[in-house]
Design a protein around this ligand. Structure first.
Ligand code: APR
Length: 241
């Protein structure tokens, strides 16, 4: 067993952590994929076929997030507190494209599925902050190409971001926490198995209900994120796991 200061934590988060901040999940009964087909808005093929529809989908979500009415909740805040108080490293890997972890104060953070408040030029690859709507005729502020700006998000069929950094952290962690994710989407859904293969790290799922991969975790805690995450963080800061 390594010393406490060398015991690193990786936290994977999904849409469930932002649900109590007012943002919809994807696969719950009232979730985003119950209202719109992901094949129509979240693939490169959809964007090539109908960029107006894809922009409309992300513009609506972006304006809601940028509008000032969406705030981090007690679960985001607890994870930021964990990073501040835990003597080892804490890396938060989020599948969420909202900015609630950073608003809560998390700094060691990977947005593996990208960020809603950024756009990218498909021609020059420059990434720009963006809070306003994006249109098909907009010009890149760097290379001046038109029609090349796209949401800086990872669509189905594309490679998630910063995977090497994530796998390095997973291989070195002593605790892997999975929060608010249904376990349907790879590679994130496979992180718990990667942790299991590379050592004796403890694994815990904190979710409203058992995820698809619940049986792969050594410990499971079920309830709303704003209740179970602060309580779990308190526990590990007091006595470890
Ligand atoms: N507290 C904790 N968990 C919750 C809460 C809550 N208040 N509300 C819902 N959940 C749980 C649900 O029970 C579900 O297991 O959060 C999970 C959300 O699952 P999904 O909607 O599938 O979201 P996620 O796992 O983040 O999806 C992964 O799929 O479509 C893509 O790119 C999208 O990043 C997303 C990826």
């Amino acid at each position: 067993m390594s010393a406490t200061s060398e015991r690193h934590i990786v936290v994977l988060t999904g849409a469930g952590i932002s649900k109590e901040s007012g943002l919809d999940t994807f696969r719950d009964a009232d979730g985003i994929w119950a209202k719109v087909r992901l094949e129509d808005v979240a693939t490169p093929e959809a964007f090539a076929r109908d960029p107006v529809a894809v922009h409309a989908f992300y513009n609506a979500r972006r304006s809601r997030l940028a509008g000032g009415g969406v705030h981090p909740n007690a679960a985001h805040e607890a994870l930021a507190r964990l990073a501040g108080e835990w003597p080892g490293r804490v890396l938060v890997v989020t599948q969420n494209i909202d900015d609630l972890h950073e608003k809560a104060g998390s700094r060691n953070l990977v947005h593996m599925h990208g960020e809603l408040l950024k756009v990218r030029c498909a021609a020059c690859q420059r990434v720009f902050p963006r809070t306003s709507d994006l249109g098909v005729g907009d010009a890149c502020g760097d290379c001046a190409a038109t029609g090349t700006l796209r949401p800086h998000v990872v669509w189905f069929g594309e490679m998630p971001m910063e995977m090497e950094r994530i796998y390095d952290a997973l291989s070195a962690c002593a605790l892997f926490m999975s929060v608010g994710t249904s376990g349907n989407v790879y590679p994130a859904a496979g992180f718990v198995e990667h942790v299991g293969l590379s050592g004796d790290a403890h694994t815990v799922e904190l979710n409203l209900e058992p995820s698809v991969g619940a049986s792969l975790f050594a410990e499971t805690v079920y309830g709303p994120a704003t209740e179970v995450v602060p309580a779990y963080v308190d526990r590990i800061l007091e006595q470890g796991w």
